[in-house]
Design a protein around this ligand. Structure first.
Ligand SMILES: NC(=O)c1ccc[n+]([C@@H]2O[C@H](COP(=O)([O-])OP(=O)(O)OC[C@H]3O[C@@H](n4cnc5c(N)ncnc54)[C@H](O)[C@@H]3O)[C@@H](O)[C@H]2O)c1
Length: 417
């Protein structure tokens, strides 16, 4: 029996994934509204395939618990999938994680060897320096009462289900043999390599992955800014030719090549906060993470750079159309979406006639950020009233309908049309 705490993008996918593989899973979320939506049979965010799996698994292998105690006391293993946002300095905020661990301990019997698996992304040394001392400070013995492991999650939003159910590899950070056996059994049905590593190594691998991705993106954006500054360079073509190097691999849509491509910056819940948290953690240990700091600086710089291009000779009375609000296509996630900073900066420059359209994120963006924008229901509606158009998220429908933009000045910030 498995408990999953936190039923967000990662937690709900994890819970349904284990459930699909035949394990009995109890999920719990402190957000009663979200838990209620899931218990009533609905996925609270947009993610392909997940609704069908919830329809199939809810109240069969997967149930939503009303209390954390119900989920935890009925399970051998507890997967922690709570948020780990960054604070204003960029440091990973462990408040939710430690609160959840504290709550779990209230339902742990001494000697029960309850396995707590941190699936949330936490900087290397977090389990060793914070989670284990916290558990010990509550009078629990590591290895006897509680065993702690980590199991970083590599799923991509927009492909969460497929990535979880068909992972490339599994990483388990623990030195405890019992935890290795139990977690090995849980992951056996996935039939992929399972790597057992130290706690710090498990945590580090996740940041190794995410900071490489953010570095590739900022590298590409810096090169695109250089190209635009020099002029007479076909940036998109140049990157496409770069990708023809066979070392990038064949499938350009999901391989590293898709990150070595210019745009208007990375966003979402993971790359910005994880790059910040890694740089911060390195600093705490006395190492100045120069590349990571520049990766973040370039990510900030790319938006005003584009805005300069768009607003050159553009009167303040002009209507600017913006296509795309979510941080990436096939997702309605607007956390740290580049569109937010981009729109705020346009507004701050005095452009108040802005019309926007996103295929699925209009309402959420409006409710969350409350910016003075006019929301439209299609590319056509934007095209009808905008003087210039900026494409900020690479939704396929924008390319499919690009004929509607004929005759307009279009700034393709994602090189996707
Ligand atoms: N989103 C991604 O693409 C992704 C991918 C890999 C790893 N991660 C990592 O996974 C973690 C979760 O990310 P997410 O995107 O799913 O976040 P999320 O905000 O969508 O979900 C987190 C959930 O945890 C719940 N929660 C908070 N405290 C709780 C508690 N004490 N008990 C039970 N539930 C609690 C919240 O209500 C929320 O629903 C983060 O550390 C993130 O960095 C995210």
């Amino acid at each position: 029996m498995i408990a999953v705490l936190g039923l967000g993008f990662v937690g709900l996918t994890t819970a349904l994934g284990f459930s699909k593989k035949g394990f009995r899973v109890r999920g719990f979320d402190v957000d009663k509204t979200k838990a209620g939506v899931i218990a009533s049979g609905k996925i609270p965010f947009f993610e392909a395939d997940m609704q069908e799996v919830l329809d199939e698994q809810l109240n069969h292998n997967f149930t939503v618990s009303d209390t954390l105690a119900d989920a935890v006391s009925n399970s051998k293993v507890v997967f922690l999938c709570v948020g780990t946002p960054s604070d204003e300095k960029g440091k990973a905020d462990l408040t939710y994680l430690l609160a959840a661990v504290g709550d779990i301990l209230k339902s742990v019997q001494k000697g029960s060897k309850k396995i707590i698996v941190v699936k949330s992304t936490v900087p290397p040394s977090t389990t060793r320096d914070y989670v284990i001392p916290f558990i010990e400070s509550k009078g629990f013995k590591i290895g006897e009462d509680v065993i702690v492991a980590n199991n970083p999650e590599f799923l991509r939003e927009g492909h969460a289900w497929k990535d979880f159910i068909e992972p490339d590899r599994i990483v388990i950070g623990t030195q405890d043999d019992y935890a290795k056996t139990v977690l090995g059994e849980i992951y056996a049905p996935f039939a992929v390599p399972v790597h057992y590593v130290s706690l710090n190594t498990g945590e580090f691998i996740k940041y190794l992955s995410n900071t490489l991705l953010s570095t590739l993106i900022s590298y590409s954006n810096e090169m695109s800014m250089i190209a635009m500054t020099i002029g007479d360079i076909d940036t998109r073509k140049a990157f496409q030719i770069l990708h023809e190097d066979k070392r990038w691999g064949e499938d350009k849509t999901c391989m590293m090549a898709s990150y070595a491509f210019p745009g208007c910056g990375f966003g979402g819940y993971c790359l910005p906060k994880d790059t910040q948290a890694m740089a911060y953690k390195a600093g705490e240990f006395g190492y100045n993470a120069k590349i990571l700091k520049d990766v973040l600086a370039v990510n900030a710089e790319i938006k005003p750079f584009w805005i300069e291009q768009i607003t050159e000779n553009l009167p303040k009375t002009a209507t600017i159309g913006v296509l795309g609000l979510s941080f990436k296509p096939h997702s309605d996630d607007i956390r740290q979406t580049p569109a937010k900073a981009f729109l705020e900066q346009l507004l701050a420059k005095g452009y108040t006639n802005i019309v926007v359209y996103d295929p699925i994120a209009n309402d959420l963006f409006d409710r969350t950020y409350k910016l003075p924008l006019t929301y439209k229901n299609s590319v056509k509606e934007v095209a009808e009233c905008a003087d210039v158009v900026a494409v900020v998220t690479a939704w396929p429908e924008f390319k499919e309908q690009k004929a509607l933009l004929n005759g307009k000045k279009v700034f393709d910030l994602r090189y996707c049309l």
